[in-house]
Design a protein around this ligand. Structure first.
Ligand code: S3P
Length: 432
């Protein structure tokens, strides 16, 4: 589906931010591991998170859809059901990388995971290596890609230093640690999103953090009670970028998760001179077992270029394509470095962002693990291919709103992976 986004006027008004994808995946997975029913409010109804609901149902959980919530009746930590055929993770990298942590500890069980064409290009050796060290067996296509099979075993706790800053790897190892003998420690030299730690702590798990070390112990059960999923800062970032770039705009993002490990983009935007007002959690702060929620006010204004360093990358990982777009409108140069992980996302996001924005008139250059934008001229417009990547589709849309001539997004339907209401929300904010 091709959709054209034209520069016709400001975005104004308040909008409820759609539910967080990372937290929805975790809510469904952790509820499936619990013994008691878990009521989840605000669960994201999108392709990725529906893949997770289907997966936990295949593994024996019951999912009841009520008017305002989901009730998930799990199977307990050690009783994932056998599945005939492969579990289809669709496009969901988080599902693909977290679920093996749970399955690895199911002694005597064996499960195959597979997904769409994009998922088949994404490596799983990064989770297979620590799980094998703990005692599980993982057989992957060409040693590193889906489809792959996880055979559960008695696991031993390990100490694992993350070779790349990835919350997905950290989460996978911590989940396996719930089923292992002895403590499991993950060392993360650069902080990554900490939703798993907070949600496990809320479920009664003793999660300790000392500096860059996170440790969990084996558990008998998870006690979750009820869960509420706040708004997704990664989805909100697209609306915020549009508001900052389109003259006359002012929007309020309601109910956004303000966890500091997710709001790196908003801090970068503030540094670029963007008008962003809201009580975001301070870096390093926050309750260990709760997600903070904030209302964030964003308005149009001039920007200056900035440099995003390696340590900031994981805290804004899914929003870095937007930093490239902001850079096109900022005075001076914008650089994002130490971001090689972008090449392993739903598309190679260094290549697709640089190619896509370059085609719209950006002065942008890709290097192995970075991109550099010469700003000030904004974008002419044209056409951009989403390459089946939800965030690239929404990037193209925001570029169109800010451009001089408009942008046609080829494959706009990809946005439904994380934000099915994106076009409707943009239309509402433009009063159309
Ligand atoms: C996610 C972590 C990030 C992010 C992804 C969701 C998560 O991946 O890009 O969209 O929910 O843990 P990595 O941790 O592998 O960088």
């Amino acid at each position: 589906m091709n959709v054209r986004f034209a520069p016709d006027g400001p975005l104004r008004g308040a909008i409820a931010v759609p539910a967080d994808k990372s937290l929805s995946h975790r809510a469904a997975l952790f509820a499936a591991m619990a013994d008691e029913p878990v009521e989840v409010t605000g669960y994201l109804d999108a392709a990725d998170t529906n893949s997770t609901l289907a997966a936990v149902q295949a593994l024996g959980a019951l999912v009841e859809r009520r008017d305002e919530s989901l009730v998930i009746r799990g199977v307990g930590l050690r009783a994932a059901a056998p599945v005939a055929g492969a579990i289809d993770v669709g496009n969901a990298g988080t599902l693909m990388r977290l679920l093996p942590g749970w399955l690895a500890g199911q002694e005597g069980g064996s499960w195959t995971l597979d997904g769409d064409a994009s998922i088949r290009r994404r490596p799983v050796d990064r989770v297979a290596a620590p799980l094998a060290e703990m005692g599980a067996r993982i057989e992957a296509t060409d040693g590193r890609f889906p489809p792959f099979t996880v055979t559960g075993s008695a696991l031993q706790g390990i100490e694992y230093e993350l070779p790349v800053a990835s919350a997905q790897i950290k989460s996978c190892v911590l989940l396996a640690g719930l089923l292992a003998s002895g403590p499991t420690t993950v060392v993360e030299p650069i902080p990554t999103r900490d939703h798993t730690e907070r949600m496990l702590a809320a479920a009664g798990v003793r999660v300790t953090r000392e500096g860059d070390r996170v440790t969990v112990a084996a558990q008998d059960e998870l006690e979750l009670g009820a869960l509420h999923v706040p708004g997704d800062p990664s989805s909100a970032a697209f609306l915020a970028a549009a508001a900052v770039l389109v003259p006359g705009s002012r929007i309020v993002l309601e109910g956004m998760c303000a966890n500091w490990t997710r709001t790196g983009f908003f801090r970068i935007l503030q540094r670029m001179g963007g008008v962003v007002v809201g009580p975001l959690e301070e870096p390093g702060a926050g309750a260990p077992d709760r997600e903070p929620v904030a209302e964030v006010d964003v308005a149009y204004g001039p920007l200056v270029g900035t440099t995003v360093e390696r340590g900031e990358v994981p805290l804004a990982i899914d929003e870095l394509p937007l930093v490239a777009l902001l850079g096109c409108y900022a005075e001076g140069r914008t650089v994002v470095r130490g971001a090689g992980e972008l090449r392993l996302k739903e598309s190679d996001r260094i290549a697709t962002v640089v190619g896509g924005l370059g085609g719209l008139g950006a002065r942008i250059e890709a290097l192995e693990d970075r991109f550099v934008v010469e700003g000030g001229d904004g974008l002419r417009g044209g056409s951009i291919d989403a390459h089946g990547d939800h965030r690239l589709a929404m990037l193209g849309a925001v570029a169109g709103l800010a451009s001089r001539e408009g942008v046609e997004v080829v494959g706009m339907d990809a946005a439904a992976v994380s934000y099915p209401g994106f076009e409707a929300d943009i239309a509402a904010l433009r009063g159309s």
